[in-house]
Write a protein that binds this ligand. Sequence first.
Ligand SMILES: [Ca+2]
Ligand SMILES: [Ca+2]
Length: 325
Amino acid sequence: MRPDIRALPPRDIALINPSNMKFSATSWNAGEGKLLLVPRNPVTDPTTGTTKQPVDQRISCSGGGFYDRPAGNAEYHPAHNHVHYNDYANYILEEAVASPQNPRKGSKTTFCIMDTTSVNTQLSGASAGPVFSLCPTQDPSFNKQGMSIGWGDTYGSHLAGQSLNINGLAAGMYRLRHVFDPKNLLLEMREDDNESCRLVEIGDGANGRYVADRGACATHPAPRFTSISPGSARHATCVAITAFGANLTPELRLGFSGGTGPLPSAKTTKFDSAGNYLTATVCVPKAKGGRKPQLGNSPVWDISASSFVTGDATNTLNNVFTVKP
Ligand SMILES: [Ca+2]
Ligand SMILES: [Ca+2]
């Protein structure tokens, strides 16, 4: 059961000073399994004195058990007693033209990978709460790091390394690209969703140099729903549904609105990799009223889905899911 690291768009783009810009970066796990990194014994380089820990990616098997596979190195930072995983993300700033020259790169970005951001806990297998909630140390009982299903890791723009040098760059439009697992050390369900991009304008105004977030690098088609099946469930039951549409991405959280009586909710969602449908378990709580369940005058619900992290929202399908007595 592999994880799937997905890149969310760069955010909080701002200047630190006229020569450096900063930004936040978020990746999250939309896979079938958690991302789990298990270090081996540290190895100290006798020449440089630096200590590294070879790291294994531990992959759970659907039939039980697990296997480990080599996945690069972690680095021990004695100053703050933290183990950081190397080569997790690259940051690239390049001219927004077809063949950009001499991009500015932030390489060797190290992370301690954690569950800091709840992205979509409706996903099948998602953790309700954070599991990897602290940066690991060299203590053998506390040296694993990773990301639970449904959870993301945000590196805020205030942190060291969340910046790129823009000194000497001409005013104009640039692409800020975040690439996660750039060396492909981690085995995932998908490798084609690890990069995000944002247009950044660098300008020289009356008050000096500025940077401005100018939106997505490419227009992406809006997610939408066309139908849901089945279109009803009895109260106090759960039903497996399929919602058809287009451009449906795992960031989307399914919601019900506009009906009366007990509010249906979705869980264990799974997304078609082409974005054409999702499956979910929809549960309807027990209505009040005992043998005469009170469902109100219109227990017919609208569905829509939205993502608070990408800002994407689908259309609303009106009156498509009926709760029955
Ligand atoms: Ca991926
Ligand atoms: Ca990978």
